[in-house]
Design a protein around this ligand. Structure first.
Ligand code: PPS
Length: 331
């Protein structure tokens, strides 16, 4: 099912690459030149471009071998990818970088494996391959043939994780927390609206081929989470394979191989972005490390209002509401 690229697609791809290259140059210099704010704004405009979002899966029809991991950024994406990829490969998934084996269609870096690459699922012992996306559900092709794992995380922890991540990306002084928070609360955030993202996937949750999870439940019982994901993917693991998947998706294990998950720079800057960790703390309820109780309450209030505005009955108060004091320790 190789993707047919029209001339318009190729030109579009080229401009995306050009923009990304610019973004990476700006990122490398942002801290030194005092351009953090401008760089983050530019990154947001690129990441939120409807054209780029539409182009990501254009013409792709998901198939039986596809397991999508659909998340808002900083919600445990790589954790879930690692679990699903190891399940697909019966605990023996080897890779130099996760995106050598997991396509991420909206990301323009050319060194990411293509969605159209069939070699991977053909070689996989279960015939399955995993796909990453942060796109809203409207941009993700749905098929009853494929499987979709949706993971949602407390937006307060998402916010904190994103702050440290962006600080690492621009390798320089970050914009003040209050400014970053305003963007998060009022829909101008780098990764789009948290509530809109959730509201879209929440409509999918009752479909047989959709597994809806929270970061918090994975955190509370990692082994049960792995068991649920394996059952959902239709993979019966031996005890030994199961133990391997659990071990390889533990926080400390993944932290030791952090460079396999850190972002890759686009050609010709093919080196990985260094100097910060994707596997930072992996904690639940740790937003007090950055946010005051008032700021945490503001996130809760705003997200509840937003979910209501989208007509989404996700039980926010039960799942996420509340001011954190101390984070749980990493699994
Ligand atoms: S990304 O870049 O948006 O795709 O990031 P994402 O993977 O969604 O989220 C990164 C956060 O997930 C935490 N993480 C984990 N927590 C617990 N256990 C495991 N195994 C694990 N793997 C990743 C990671 O530490 C980031 O959260 P913070 O709060 O920043 O530590």
């Amino acid at each position: 099912m190789a993707k047919q690229w029209s001339l318009a697609d190729r030109i579009g791809k080229f401009f995306t690459w050009l923009m990304m290259t610019l973004v990476f140059i700006m990122m490398a210099l942002a801290g030194k030149l005092g351009l953090s704010r401008q760089t983050l704004r530019f990154m947001t405009s690129q990441m939120q471009s409807p054209q780029i979002k539409q182009r990501a899966f254009k013409g792709y029809r998901p198939a039986r071998h596809d397991v999508f991991v659909c998340t808002y950024a900083k919600s445990g994406t790589y954790w879930t990818l690692q679990i699903a990829h190891q399940i697909a490969n019966r605990g023996k998934g080897e890779f130099g970088h996760i995106h050598d084996v997991v396509p991420w269609p909206e990301a323009p870096m050319p060194n990411i494996i293509k969605l159209s690459d069939e070699a991977l699922h053909r070689a996989s012992p279960t015939g399955l391959r995993v796909i990453k996306t942060h796109l809203e559900s409207d941009y993700v092709p749905y098929s009853p043939e494929a499987k979709y794992i949706v993971v949602v995380r407390d937006p307060k922890d998402v916010f904190v994780s994103s702050y440290f991540f962006s600080q690492g990306m621009i390798s320089g002084p970050m914009v003040p927390v209050e400014e970053w928070l305003k963007l998060f609360l009022f829909g101008k955030f780098q990764y789009g609206s948290w509530a809109e993202h959730l509201a879209g996937y929440w409509l999918w949750r009752k479909r047989d081929n959709v597994l809806f999870l929270t970061f918090e439940e994975l955190k509370a019982d990692h082994a049960s989470g792995v068991r649920r994901i394996a059952a959902f993917m239709g993979v019966a693991l031996t005890d030994e394979e199961f133990a391997r998947v659990v071990e390889q998706s533990q926080f400390q294990y993944m932290k030791r191989m952090d460079e396999k998950f850190t972002p890759q720079r686009p050609f010709p800057f093919n080196r990985r972005v260094t100097g910060f960790a994707v596997m930072r703390k992996g904690a639940r309820g740790g937003s007090s490390e950055l946010l005051s109780p008032e700021q945490q309450a503001a996130i809760d209030r705003r997200m509840k209002e937003e979910l209501e505005r989208y007509g989404c009955d996700f039980p926010y108060a039960q799942m996420f509401e509340g001011v954190s004091t101390a984070p749980t320790t990493a699994a």
